[in-house]
Structure formats: structure tokens, C-alpha cells
Design a protein around this ligand. Sequence first.
Ligand code: GLA
Length: 391
Amino acid sequence: MQTRFPTKFADVLSAFRERFRTIPRIYRAPGRVNLIGEHTDYNDGFVMPAAIDFYVWLAVAPRNDGKLVVHSVNFSETIEIEIANNNPTRRNHWSDYVQGIVLMLQRAGHSLRGADILIRGDVPIGAGLSSSAAIEVSTGFAMLDILGISIDRVELAKLCRRAENEFVGAQVGIMDQFISCCGHAGKALMLDCRSLEFKLLPLPRNVSLVICNTMIRHELSHGEYNTRRKECAEAVRLLSRVLPGVRALRDVSTADLNRHASVLPPTILKRVRHVVTEDARVESAAASLQQGDLPGFGNLMRESHRSLRDDYQVSCAELDIAVDLAGGLPGVYGARMTGGGFGGCTINLVAAEAVENLKHHLSEGYQRKTGITPQIFVSSAAEGVEEVKEE
Ligand code: GLA
């Protein structure tokens, strides 16, 4: 599907033409919010993200020397990638996301061509809205599409995740890449991260996604995120001794957990309690959405935040303040942290007519309590990666 979006299209087109003196094709891949189901993807569980209408735009035209010449407008920087190099080194740099997916496409057997590429992202960087997944997905989709290779979006999401795990070095799950590939306008996507089966769930038209950036940067490639992953792996090791069928925390029920809590050290028990209850919340949230029960959905968002704060311990003071400020305001169904945590954004599910009041209340209250001016974005659920054509 191709969307008409003239303004940004024109900017990207003219920036590309000025730099590379030729006519490109233009693509864009969205960032995401996660409505519920946090830190469950790498436990084979359930997530419910939506793509947002903030994108990484990518203009591309083929070249004949087997090189990618990639210019980032955001970083005012140009780098070169040799497509034939099958053992590239990580640079700890934005270009790793491009290099990573190029490498994984090659390893998957695609023979790519050289290209001039210009990337311009309007997904805030380091805010937990998956700007990196959007770079991988836009690059991967464009590299295949310009060669006329038909694209299996689920396969592309898997390759983008591998780029992140095996090249960039962040042990993330598949949620961010998946939603950037497979998102649908007006829909949340409930994904089973084990089978990769998904359901699209309509979000009511008069509901907006309000995103509050705490301006505290988060970092996934090291530290606490990987620690949580290790804690979950340790929990699986300990629980599988008493529950032989357990391959991932997805396989643990609340009853199992109550019965076997004593085999887990206290911190690990808390981590497992979050994951097990969060999986159950995603299933209840899907039912709430299907019944149009937004207050019910909002309550589950609130419980999710509490569990992430107290059991999984991935929130921070600023996220808690932003969530508390939204709680109880008229027309705000629910609020919670979204993404990996330790900073980044909150997501608020809000009746359209209540958006202005929430924005005002949040920016004033957050500024007063933290001394930081937050960024507040309003989005609807957007379409996954696509080529964009001029009107
Ligand atoms: C980050 C990762 C995702 C997921 C979330 C937490 O966004 O990229 O794979 O694990 O954190 O839900």
C-alpha cells in the first residue's frame, strides 16, 4: 500500500536530489508505542504495540559500484558501506543499524546492489520509540524493494531483530521490528512472540495516543535490559527443574508460580511475577478492546505500570511522575511507561476531546516537579513500512 504524504516527501526528495543529483524512490518506516505487554517479547509472551505517525524516511537510488553511500540528515554525516564485506566491524554509531540489516539480508541469501541513501528520521532518538528499528526496517524494505524482491514482512522483522542482536549487540526481542513492519493504520497489533501469529485490534476513532517524553534517555545495548534478560533465563532454568515443560516464562501460569515460588530467589520471583501477570493482562486487554471497554483497558495499563515499577523495576522517578500526573484526569483511560524503561516515554490512551487538557496538565506538572520540559506528541495508530509516492 502507498500513502500520499506530500510535505515530508518533498523535503526528503529535494534533500536527496541536492546531494546525489538523481531521482530516488522514497520509503518510510514508523516508530512505535507499546500499549501493553512490556518485557514479555523475549519471554515468548504477548505484546500489543501500535505504529505511530513518526517515521524514519529513506530515499534511495541504485549505484553500480557495490557501495552504499548513506547520508543521515539528522547527524549531518555520510558513511560508506561495502556490500561485499561480510565481516564488517561495529562502529557504535547510527550506521550500525544500516550495516546490520544489510549484513543479515546478505546472510539470508539476497544479493544486494549498491545504492545512494538519504535517511531523515522524525522519530525522537533515544526516547524509547524505536527509531533504531525504524532505520533497520526502512533500510531492509527499501533494499529489497528496489530490486523487485517480494517482501515477507514477518521475515524482514526477524532479520531486523537479528541485526540488532547479532550486529548491534542489543539483546532485544522482536516487538519493535515487528510492528514497524506489520503495523496497520487505526489498529493495535497483538502479537504472540512465540508463534509470531498476530491479531489486529481496531482502536476507536475518537481515541488518541498521547506520548510524553520524559527527556531521560534510555539505553538498551547494555546494562539493566540485559540484566533483566539474564534474570528471566535464570528463572526458566530454576523453574524447569520442577516444571519440565517450561521453555520460557510464557509457559508459566499464575498457579505454577504460586506453587513453586520457593524455588526462586526473591528478586527473580518478582521478575517472574511481572512477566506472568503481564502476559495475562495483554490477553485481558485484547478482550477489553474487542468489547470497546476503554476504562477496562486503562485499568490494565495502570496495573502494568505498577508491575513494571515494583516487580520488574524498570521505571524511574520521572516516568512515575508523568504517569501519576495523567491518572484520574477526565478522558484519560490509562497511562503507563512504554518500551524498555529507565527513561523514555509514557503512553496515554485518551479521548480525543481530552487531549488538550492532558497536554497542558502534563507539561505544566512535569516541569514543576522535575524542572524538565517534556515533549508531548499526539499520534494515531499508523501504517507499517511502505513506499511513499508523490501526489
Ligand atoms: C525494548 C525492546 C523490545 C522490548 C521492550 C520491552 O523496546 O527493543 O524488544 O523488549 O524493550 O517490552
